[in-house]
Design a protein around this ligand. Structure first.
Ligand code: SAM
Length: 276
């Protein structure tokens, strides 16, 4: 009989944040595949669990996945864990999970800590709908594009960031998304857990030297794409506004009517301006 692949969430700081079921599974499986075996050994020692560990990280994920799945086919049960939190969430996991499903092997999630979820629930921002972005690309152009793509997203946005890049990332978010409400969630579940709430510019101005781990939670766009675009066009000169619609192939009468509507003025005023 084939074994199973268990995706086991581990603590994100406080070692008590591991479920009874996770401990049971870690005790029962034949092998634990860990992102960093030394790191996981610390957790296993704390839990008094002794198990064969196989190293398994992003760069070796594809190649290691096949040999792990061969073992599952032979009947072994394997748990994958990352250094902290939920595997597959800005951590290795996705590749082996896809391959496991392709091979018709059962994937069993063992829930637990995840920094993004704990940050958003404590943020005080809307939890109705949220969008996990994780780490922004390092390349400046790609980072900007990712932010522009999410500029009109009305869902709460969740970012991960390393401390040495925190200020730059907050600035990049503010530059593209605007000076929105945001929450800096630092060192979740640890002794120095803090939540700084405010608008992005205040958070940037008041940040002490960033140390530790951070999740940035940002309020979603409060207007839809259409309203934001109208607001941006209303800041153009009348000539630019006119040209914008002219390039869209609209005729003069339509353009004047649309400009008046967007700027909330009488269309005769716009008409007179252009006659002059
Ligand atoms: N798989 C993990 C999870 O489930 O949250 C995320 C791993 S990712 C490589 C590491 C990033 O998650 C950190 O740079 C930080 O942004 C965030 N993070 C992890 N633990 C955290 C904590 N205790 N407090 C705040 N952020 C944390």
């Amino acid at each position: 009989m084939k074994g199973k692949l268990y995706i086991v969430a581990t603590p994100i700081g406080n070692l008590d944040d591991i479920t009874l079921r996770a401990i049971k599974i870690l005790k029962e499986v034949d092998i634990i595949a860990a992102e960093d075996t030394r790191h996981t050994l610390g957790l296993l020692n704390h839990l008094e669990i002794t198990k064969p560990l196989i190293s398994y990280y992003k760069q070796t994920e594809a190649e290691k996945a096949d040999s792990l799945l061969d073992k599952i086919n032979e009947g072994k049960n394997i748990a994958i864990v990352s250094d902290a939190g939920t595997p597959g969430i800005s951590d290795p996991g996705e590749v082996i999970i896809k391959k496991t499903i392709d091979r018709g092997i059962d994937v069993v999630p063992i829930p637990g800590a995840c920094a993004a979820i704990n940050a958003v629930i404590a943020s005080g921002l809307s939890t109705d709908e949220f969008c996990f972005i994780g780490f922004l690309p390092v390349n400046a152009g790609e980072r900007k594009k990712k932010l522009v793509d999410n500029k009109y997203e009305t869902k709460t946005l969740i970012f991960y960031e390393a401390p040495h890049k925190l200020i730059k990332t907050l600035e990049a978010i503010k530059d593209v998304l605007g000076d929105r409400r945001a929450v800096l969630c630092k060192e979740l579940t640890k002794i120095h857990e803090t939540f700084k709430r405010g608008i992005l510019s205040d958070l940037i101005d008041n940040i002490e030297e960033p140390k530790g781990e951070y999740v940035i939670v940002v309020e979603g766009a409060n207007k839809n794409k259409n309203d934001i675009e109208i607001e941006e066009r209303s800041k153009m000169t009348l000539e630019e506004h006119y040209k914008y619609f002219e390039e869209k192939g609209m005729d003069k009468k339509e353009i004047i009517k649309q400009i008046a509507k967007e700027r909330k003025v009488n269309k005769n005023e716009i008409y007179k301006y252009f006659i002059k």
